[in-house]
Design a protein around this ligand. Structure first.
Ligand code: TMP
Length: 208
C-alpha cells in the first residue's frame, strides 16, 4: 500500500515547520508512519542547493537559474526520498514543494505560471501532493513575528515581492482547489492547529 503526500506552503514565518511537525506527530499518534522533509533540501544535494539559493553572495543567479536549481533539487528529492518512502507505505510531510516554485519564481520573480508549469511537467509528470495546507497571512503581520534575515536572498526582498508571492499562493489554491486547504495563519497557534487537526482526521477517514 502506498502512503500519501502532504505539503505545507505559505510565505515566511507563517508557521510551516511547526505545523509540518504537528501533522507528522498527529499521524504517528494514529499509528501512521511518516517521513518529515523540506524543500529546498531533503537530500544532501538539496541541502547544498539550498545554501546556494539562500546565501549566494554575488547575486548572479537569474530567476530561471533559480527555478532550475530548485527543480534539480526536487528531482533528486522525489526520486530518492519522497517516492521510496511513499512506496514503503509512509506518509510524506513536506515543508514546501512545487507550489512554492509557482508562488516565488512564477509570481514573485515574474517568470509566470506557464514557464514554471513546463519545467514542473518535465520533472514531475502528474506527481502532485494529495493534500496541501496553505498557511495564509499578510506580510505586515508576518514581519512583526520575526526580523527577516537581510543576508537571505529571499527574506531580503521587499514587501511588494512578498505580496506577489502571497497573491500567487492564493491563485494556486484556486487552481489546485481539490487538494488545497487555506488556513488563516494570523490566528493563534492553538486555533490554527485545531483547524489542521480537523482536516487531517477527515483526510485519514477518507483515505484509510
Ligand atoms: P524556508 O525558509 O521556508 O525553508 O524556504 C527557503 C526559501 O526558499 C523561502 O524563502 C522560499 C524559497 N523557495 C522558493 O523560492 N521556491 C521554491 O520552490 C522553494 C521550495 C522555496
Amino acid at each position: 500500500m502506498s502512503g500519501l503526500f502532504i505539503t505545507i506552503e505559505g510565505i515566511e514565518c507563517v508557521g510551516k515547520s511547526t505545523n509540518a511537525k504537528f501533522i507528522s506527530d498527529l499521524l504517528n499518534k494514529k499509528n501512521i508512519k511518516t517521513h518529515l522533509t523540506r524543500e529546498p533540501g531533503g537530500t544532501s544535494l538539496g541541502e547544498k542547493i539550498r545554501q546556494t539559493l539562500l546565501y549566494e553572495k554575488d547575486d548572479s543567479i537569474s530567476p530561471m537559474g533559480e527555478l532550475l536549481l530548485l527543480f534539480a533539487a526536487r528531482e533528486k528529492h522525489i526520486n530518492d526520498v519522497i517516492k521510496p518512502n511513499l512506496k514503503e507505505g509512509k506518509w510524506v510531510i513536506c515543508d514546501r514543494f512545487a507550489d512554492a516554485s509557482f508562488a516565488y519564481q512564477g509570481f514573485g520573480r515574474g517568470l509566470g505560471f506557464e514557464q514554471v508549469n513546463q519545467i514542473k511537467e518535465i520533472i514531475q509528470g502528474n506527481f502532485d501532493p494529495d493534500l496541501t495546507f496553505l498557511l495564509d497571512a499578510p506580510i505586515d503581520v508576518i514581519s512583526k513575528r520575526r526580523k527577516l534575515n537581510p543576508n537571505d536572498r529571499f527574506e531580503s526582498q521587499d514587501k511588494l515581492f512578498f505580496e506577489r508571492v502571497r497573491e500567487g499562493y492564493l491563485e494556486l489554491a484556486d487552481i489546485f482547489g481539490e487538494r488545497t486547504i487555506i488556513v488563516d495563519a494570523t490566528k493563534p497557534i492553538e486555533q490554527v492547529q485545531s483547524e489542521i487537526q480537523t482536516h487531517i482526521l477527515e483526510f485519514i477517514k477518507n483515505n484509510i
